[in-house]
Design a protein around this ligand. Structure first.
Ligand SMILES: NC(=O)c1ccc[n+]([C@@H]2O[C@H](COP(=O)([O-])OP(=O)(O)OC[C@H]3O[C@@H](n4cnc5c(N)ncnc54)[C@H](OP(=O)(O)O)[C@@H]3O)[C@@H](O)[C@H]2O)c1
Length: 316
């Protein structure tokens, strides 16, 4: 007989020892995501159970779910199952914590006991916008060592990472060139403080852009290569932190040598202090749609269809 999972108390009571959670058993299109009933999570050492009040969706999860991630970066070849999802949740003793839960998109989660507390006055949605996407934007701007007066091109500038990178680069005194697809996104980037905007959905989009000192690149092969060519020779830096198109970027060492520039690969280490620093800044996270847990597949479709701006969340 299988032992009954340990129940949690107080506000964390589930329905008869099961919780709703999103799972997938094969890589594929968004439709592989299913809401299932799974046993209550059992806290391990140093973990605390939380009643999840909001779940952040990230583009990277669509790339993992589709199976494309493992083709580009071998260690991304995860087994289908649950996403390691960013959540805000409330503990039995009323603390509102934010962090990654291995329970994935689910009603109950497990967080480290010392997870970051969300400050009063910051909503779940705002906190999730800053958690992975905000800290990635912060790292990208800092690793590029953006200096006042430099020209910084931000790809996917109306997205979760991009909309915060625009604001952070501007705070660093840069001249921000926001690159995105479509008028609506470019208007948003302007409202966030971009000095120039350019639609990379247009052919020859780089033709009217003056050379830049820094590129923050996440879109994938074609756009990354075009952005790379905009770098000023000798001084340029390109921070590569994503491949939204699902194709590997093929900037070669010879390209780097030819232009005497630097290409920096960034994987966000999720340092809690980065998030605490962001909470203390006066940023305007762009809050996208808020969907019910059962609409996780739709959330993935919106992300993949380039239909979102800012942060998309699920509310269980
Ligand atoms: N390295 C890390 O640690 C790290 C951490 C977080 C995120 N990331 C990466 O950063 C990027 C942004 O993440 P996010 O969560 O903030 O997503 P997002 O920017 O909110 O959404 C992705 C955006 O990518 C753009 N895009 C460009 N080419 C695309 C294509 N072929 N298909 C679909 N979208 C395309 C779209 O904007 P346009 O329509 O304007 O092109 C789309 O809205 C992703 O690539 C993600 O994997 C990396």
């Amino acid at each position: 007989m299988v032992a009954a999972p340990k129940r949690t108390n107080g506000p964390l009571n589930s329905r008869g020892g099961v919780v709703r959670a999103v799972r997938y058993s094969e890589f594929g299109p968004a439709g592989v995501l299913r809401v299932e009933e799974v046993p209550d999570p059992v806290p391990g050492p140093g973990q605390v159970p939380v009643r999840v009040t909001a779940i952040g969706l990230n583009y990277g999860e669509t790339v993992i779910r589709s199976g494309a991630a493992g083709r580009v970066v071998p260690w991304f070849d995860l087994r289908p199952g649950a996403f390691n999802a960013e959540v805000v949740g409330v503990t039995d003793d009323g603390r509102r914590l934010i962090g990654y839960s291995a329970e994935g998109y689910a009603e109950l989660g497990l967080l480290p006991e010392d997870a970051v507390e969300v400050p009063d006055g910051v909503s779940d949605h705002e906190a999730l916008a800053l958690h992975l996407q905000g800290t990635t934007a912060l790292r990208a701007v800092e690793q590029a060592r953006v200096a006042a007066g430099e020209r910084v091109l931000v790809e996917a500038a109306a997205g979760g990472v991009g909309s915060l990178a625009v604001q952070l680069a501007r705070r660093a005194g840069a001249v921000v060139v926001a690159a995105a697809r479509g008028r609506r996104k470019l208007e948003l980037a302007r409202e966030l403080g971009a000095h120039e905007v350019v639609d990379y959905g247009e052919p020859d989009w780089t033709a009217g852009v003056e050379p830049v000192d820094v590129v923050l690149s996440s879109s994938g092969r074609e756009i990354a290569r075009q952005s790379f060519e905009l770098l000023r020779d000798d001084v340029g830096r390109l921070v590569l932190f994503g491949f939204a198109s699902g194709e590997p970027v093929d900037i070669t060492a010879n390209d780097v040598y030819r232009k005497h520039v630097a290409v920096i690969g960034l994987f966000n280490p999720l340092d809690p202090d980065d998030l605490r620093r962001l909470f203390a800044l006066d940023l305007k996270p762009v809050l996208g749609e808020s969907l019910p847990l059962a609409d996780a597949a739709r959330g993935h479709e919106l992300l993949e269809g380039r239909a979102t701006t800012g942060k998309l969340v699920l509310v269980p």
